[in-house]
Design a binder for this molecule. Sequence first.
Ligand code: NDP
Length: 280
Amino acid sequence: MITPQANYAVFGNPIKQSKSPAIHQAFAQQLEESLSYRAVRVEHEQFEEKVRGFFQHGGLGLNITVPFKERAFALADSASAAAQRAGASNCLVPQREGGLHAANTDGVGMVRDMVANLGWQLQGRRTLIIGAGGAVRGIVHPLLSERLGSLTIVNRTADRAAELAHRFSSTELTLAAGGLEAAAGGVFDLVINATSASLANEMPDLADIQLAPKCCCYDLVYAAEPTAFMRWSAAQAAWAIADGLGMLVEQAAESYYLWRGQRPGTEAVISGLRHGLMAG
Ligand code: NDP
């Protein structure tokens, strides 16, 4: 008898550049498991139908990327706290009793990269997030769980930052928000660039801020060369600087764990991808 291979995929549009198939194959190899994981470009009007079809035909787990994370959350039957706060899901898990569970592993992935891989301490940190797009929705809830000192969200379009601050308003921490100029004069221990400006090799037009002595700077974007934000961080004498490659692998590892109950090691996968990036 031929056993059908466990079937996973990532749905997005565009999807060509996705590293998820390679990451999940590396996890499976490491854990001596066999699975298939495909990157699928889904037409905008077909998203819900394709998701349902995938699970009806035996799919065991889906990652969801831009621009479908909010629609993935909306179609699920239940959701994790992180997905609920974000109103978005990058990971759908079929439930034994039927129905789909929406998780959001982006933020957990970023926090794990910062804390476990990079050894950064987050507690008490005065934190600045630049950007207010889909990625920020995913990272705020797990960051708040780390008991930050303060959180400021600034964005080119100020209203979007204000909307996120309202969405994540908490009793424990006051969230400040505004346009890029709203950070002016602030002192920060952790600065996260969650804009897509680095993709165009640009630094957001941020007001003058001060980096505290042990300030850590993290760019969600990853690239072969240091991004414009990472170069800016170095010029400001940041204590530690990292890009988002570790986050990418950690969010995948969390998805793998939710689907298969086994947590893959990430170190070798991150360094393999890093070598691949540098080799072009
Ligand atoms: P969105 O398109 O939802 O949001 C883009 C954000 O970038 C907005 O806040 C936008 O501001 C801002 N922005 C774009 N260009 C500029 C600029 N030149 N100057 C200032 N701000 C700018 O994207 P996502 O939130 O989904 O993703 C953001 C980045 O994070 C992407 O580059 C993505 O690749 C990366 N990412 C990495 C992950 C990882 O695992 N490492 C996971 C998820 C995302 P405005 O609102 O004014 O348009």
